[in-house]
Design a protein around this ligand. Sequence first.
Ligand SMILES: NC(=O)c1ccc[n+]([C@@H]2O[C@H](COP(=O)([O-])OP(=O)(O)OC[C@H]3O[C@@H](n4cnc5c(N)ncnc54)[C@H](OP(=O)(O)O)[C@@H]3O)[C@@H](O)[C@H]2O)c1
Length: 237
Amino acid sequence: MEIQNAVLFITGANRGLGLAFAQEALRRGAKKVYAGVRNPTETNTPGIVQVKLDVTDAASIIAAAKQCGDTTLLINNAGIARLNSSSLDASMIDLSREIFETNYYGTILVSQAFAPILAKNGGGAVINVLSDATWFSRPMLAAYSASKSAVWSFTNALRIELRNQNTAVSGLHVSFMDTDMTSGFEMKKTSPQDVAQAALSGIEEGKEEILVDDFTKAVKQSFASEKTIYLNPPEIA
Ligand SMILES: NC(=O)c1ccc[n+]([C@@H]2O[C@H](COP(=O)([O-])OP(=O)(O)OC[C@H]3O[C@@H](n4cnc5c(N)ncnc54)[C@H](OP(=O)(O)O)[C@@H]3O)[C@@H](O)[C@H]2O)c1
């Protein structure tokens, strides 16, 4: 689909990748960007409409969908990451539940609320923001990685089902980005602006899986080799 004249609904669009998506969409001529945010603030950026949204709160999702009935492109971007010291750590269960509420159940609830809207508006598209961690786990990111694998699995089911209503569903896979989520960690990071550009170009080209950086591409390719990365994940990539 074309971004020009599209109406986007982006979860978690107040900072990080979500904000970069909003800015890049407007640069490409989007008609409007609904920024789903937990704490709406005074903003006078033309084209951006803040909408109160907490992806762990079903009532706020339903209210947002009611308000944004002209949406043609949904971006499930909101996400959280937490470190666990080990997969065997006692905190692993509570941590997993917390992360899954946002990353997995949040994505499902928002997708369910907006799928009928996309259908009514001609089909449109969905981008689910995933990660290189979709395809391998670092022990200290075990709970987060499991949540992204789960969202990928949901994405694969959703894309098959929504083909019936002409909605294209894409998974966006990216390694570390330079956002608040990785602040304080020294590693190679992609800028969220570059990721937003690659993702929206991917949507315009009709890609169902968008792999942004070389490391993420290497992870996926390595599934076919004996030296697959998920059996030997690097500490930091
Ligand atoms: N940074 C990376 O290295 C990296 C790599 C691969 C994938 N990702 C994924 O990229 C996406 C964006 O992450 P980011 O790097 O931009 O992180 P970020 O800078 O920490 O931003 C996270 C965004 O999600 C929002 N959010 C969190 N919980 C929410 C909730 N319950 N309801 C609504 N909004 C909520 C935050 O809103 P508040 O301001 O209210 O907290 C914020 O806008 C996430 O899905 C993340 O998993 C990140």
